[in-house]
Design a protein around this ligand. Sequence first.
Ligand SMILES: [Zn+2]
Length: 96
Amino acid sequence: MYIAKNVVEDLVWEKLFEIIAVNPLKCNCSKCVVDIVAYALNELKPHYVTTMRGEAIVKTNALNAQVLADVVKVLSRGIMLVGENPKHSDVDLVKR
Ligand SMILES: [Zn+2]
């Protein structure tokens, strides 16, 4: 079965984990992490490809260098914004 997949979404998660490995987040509860991803995906233009469900996509073939640079730039801004103004509740912090 074919699906339309937003390769930017995969790329945002991948780059976020790369950034976190070097610069840990102020808070790494799931609320803050997903808030950063949601912020980035709202800022970035989606890029859909047609693929078979479960099939690995070579993302860098689908995207140009400018998109990769934009992902890192927007993620950095999202990390800063969420870090300064976290939306997590006490419950989120207990659950992490
Ligand atoms: Zn948090």
